[in-house]
Design a protein around this ligand. Structure first.
Ligand code: GCU
Length: 740
């Protein structure tokens, strides 16, 4: 029978491209897997984390094996391209940093062995991702196993799959479970067993063994309601001996997509309302542990999400397993992202094949994401062809799940690419990057009116919030917790009237690293998370969703970090699962309110206040105090916009432009347009690689040009310093207004 041995311990790491022969001769660092060399520089900003080829080495003695046994190394994730050598022989290469791959080392095995692996996360034009708003941490960051199998065994060579595929067909109360396995070498039969149901033994014919088992009273996998999992095993039999075994859990469900009711699970509407997740975490990068994965899914369960978009790449097998167990509905995807690369087609095919082959048995996964915002720099014939190939490939590998894509909000809805996949979705950031919150409502109303039969969802939406930043007057682009709550309150209300959205995913559950970012008072971090990067702080907006999505009884006082308050009267916002709450000030009942999850109180400030809110058996408490002047710590450096216009240098001379003018007007003047283009290019440079070469759609240009320069600068999240704002205004002051 096969043996899987975890070999994460005692590796040597050399942060230099020394070459296979020199790894053991070079001074290195003793490490254990999971490991990344970008745990720190990949999340401290500057867009300068180390990207190159590094080497790992490990010596080990020959394991006990029987004659004819095959020995494999199984890498669960090495980002981004790996080369595997053993005893000075190059055995294999792998491109793609998020999937399992295996290497057969049998031929070169000795009594004592030297294994060396190079991992390369250098920029290139053929392996995705190359341009995206997240850090491409380099390293062997997921588990490594040594797998020993008999000469005849379940397939180990086909795109890292398990060799066992399980599909089920529900017929009213019963289910027909089809089990298919691929066999390498000579064998007689495969015996399938579904625990508690029955067994079926079938012959191996041309390396394939197919059988079905009937479940008379099927127990459905029903999402968060009842994520029931069956356990199946496949035993490979030769000369009446079991020589190999593969186990797999599976779930039986039906699902579909209705143009008006959205997602249908087991015959009834099941509104998918959830979050996206990146895999990285403060201090460890992508080299996370199973305990960390459990903590993540527990937090996602606490907020009450029933779906997770596991963006923007294949996640750890263990996390998909957890989603099966917890009943989360999953959007799985490959990192075909932001900018199409003609030389990357082969890699998209490999990565999608690995994603599907390795994850086809997970009941939680309901769609395969082909790409994310891939048209940021435009649509080409080659890009279209690449997507047609992937769409057909997904259907050929898995006829049970639809394909999808996450379109960038600039992509015109009439573009043919929009409806190339089976179901569609857009990433919208109106009310954050540009435009107003109601533009989100308008977008979907327009889309649904024009295309009432298309299945449309919201794959991303969000607003950054730095918990340090607090304000009594939240406004778009201020990076405060308060604005993030305003933003999400609007979006939640928008969903209520649009049940046709097949899924909505908050971007993002957790802050994550994007080393190219420099905004919102945090270097290298995207702060759209509802929870901080270290998972230690749940932002106020977290509790808005918890109130709407979970059944847990709670009350939450917003603004706990807004301690020093300069206003005369302050707003106390409460989120709660209860429909009425009581507010106390220094022990005195102030007011009892009834409402629907969101409660707003006003309190006159003087001295110090111990604020409590109570409902049922729940209570929460914060302390706030009156101060005479605004606490500067709560405001983004250089964002104290009120000062800008008090500044005597911030002129608005009659007949000349200033930052108070609308961009479209200023663009009437070539000189004015030049000033604006320079400003836009500077702001993009502060958004990492993604913002470079962005191809603006007409609709996006219309929205941008309708804004004043002042509004756009506020939007830039502090990445345009005050000194530059004054310079821009001075330059515009010299440009005569052009009248039509
Ligand atoms: C895009 C993109 C994300 C990115 C997000 C943002 O929609 O898909 O990867 O992080 O915008 O700008 O926060």
């Amino acid at each position: 029978m096969r043996k899987s041995i975890l070999i994460n311990e005692d590796w040597k790491f050399v942060k230099e491209n020394v070459g296979a022969e020199k790894v053991f001769a070079t001074q290195g660092e003793k490490i254990n897997i999971p490991h990344t060399w970008n745990a720190i520089d990949g999340q401290d900003g500057g867009n300068d984390y180390y990207r190159g080829t590094c080497w790992y080495g490990k010596t080990f003695n020959k394991p006990e094996i029987n004659n004819g046994d095959q020995v494999y190394l199984e890498f669960r994730g090495a980002n981004s391209s790996a080369e595997v050598w053993m005893n000075n022989t190059k055995l294999s290469t792998h491109d793609g940093g998020y999937s399992t791959f295996r290497v057969n080392i049998t031929e070169v095995l000795k009594d004592e062995n030297e294994l060396v692996v190079s991992v390369d996360n250098s920029p290139n034009d053929r392996v995705y991702p190359q341009k995206a708003d997240f850090t491409f941490y380099g390293g062997i960051y997921r588990d490594v196993y040594m797998v020993i199998v008999a000469n005849s065994h379940f397939d180990m060579d086909y795109y890292g799959g398990s060799g066992l595929i399980i599909t089920s067909e529900i017929n009213e109360k019963s289910a027909k479970v089809d089990l298919k396995s691929y066999v390498t070498g000579e064998a007689d039969t495969v015996r399938y067993t579904i625990n508690g149901v029955g067994t079926k033994e079938v012959p191996v014919v041309d390396g394939v063994a197919s059988g079905s088992i009937e479940i008379p009273e099927v127990h459905l996998w029903d999402g968060m309601v009842d994520p029931y999992l069956y356990e199946a095993k496949a035993e490979l039999i030769k000369n009446e001996n079991v020589i190999d075994q593969v186990d797999s859990r599976f779930g039986c469900k039906t699902f579909s997509f209705d143009k008006d009711k959205g997602f249908i699970l087991n015959g009834r509407p099941y509104h998918l309302r959830g979050v996206s997740r990146h895999q990285d975490r403060r201090g460890v990068g992508n080299a996370i542990t199973r305990e960390m994965m459990i903590e993540d899914i527990e937090i996602i369960k606490e907020i009450g999400a029933n779906t997770i978009r596991l963006a923007h790449y294949q996640h750890d097998q263990y996390f998909y397993d957890l989603c099966d167990e917890y009943g989360m509905i999953v959007w799985a995807e490959i990192p075909y992202i932001t900018e199409h690369m003609p030389n990357g087609r082969e890699n998209t095919i490999t990565q999608l094949t690995e994603l599907i082959v390795q994850n086809v048995n997970h009941p939680s996964i309901i769609c395969w994401g082909l790409s994310n915002e891939i048209t940021v720099t435009g649509v080409t014939d080659d890009l279209m062809e690449n997507h047609r190939i992937l769409n057909d490939l997904a259907h050929s590998l898995d006829s049970t799940r639809p394909t999808t894509m996450a379109h960038v909000f600039m992509l015109e809805i009439d573009e043919p690419l929009v409806s190339l996949p089976d179901i569609m979705s857009y990433n919208l950031y109106y009310g954050w990057y540009l435009g107003n919150l109601t533009d989100n409502d308008k977008f979907f109303d327009d889309f649904h009116k024009k295309y009432p039969d298309k299945i449309i969802g919201l794959a991303e939406y969000g607003a950054d919030a730095n918990p340090r930043l607090q304000t009594p007057t939240p406004e778009k682009g201020d990076y405060t917790e308060q604005y993030q709550t305003v933003y999400h309150e609007h979006m939640l209300n928008m969903f209520k009237d649009r049940p046709y959205l097949w899924a909505t995913h908050v971007w993002n559950m957790f802050d994550f690293a994007a080393d190219g970012r420099d905004e919102g008072g945090e270097n290298g971090i995207n702060q759209k998370g509802l929870v901080t990067f270290d998972r230690k702080y749940k932002k106020d907006a977290f509790y808005l969703y918890k109130a709407h999505w979970s059944n847990a009884p709670f009350v939450h006082l917003c603004g706990r970090k807004y301690v020093d308050r300069h206003e005369e009267e302050t707003e106390i916002k409460v989120y709660s699962s209860y429909d009425s709450v009581e507010l106390y000030n220094n022990g005195e009942l102030v007011e009892k309110q009834s409402g629907n999850k969101v409660f707003m109180f006003t309190l006159k400030l003087q001295d110090e206040h111990r604020i409590e809110v109570k409902a049922g058996n729940c209570s929460d408490e914060i302390t706030i105090r009156k101060v005479s002047a605004k606490n500067k710590d709560y405001v983004l450096e250089g964002r104290d916009v009120i000062n800008w216009f008090d500044d005597p240098e911030m002129n608005q001379p009659e007949g000349y432009y200033s930052i108070k003018d609308v961009m479209a007007d200023i663009r009437k003047s070539p000189k004015g347009a030049e000033i604006l283009d320079n400003m836009m290019n500077y702001a993009k440079s502060k958004r990492g690689d993604v913002a470079k070469n962005v191809k603006q759609s007409e609709s996006m240009a219309r929205i941008m040009n309708a804004m004043t320069v002042e509004a756009l600068i506020k939007q830039a999240g502090g990445s345009i310093p005050e000194s530059m704002v004054i310079e821009i205004n001075k330059a515009l002051n010299k440009v005569k207004k052009v009248n039509d």
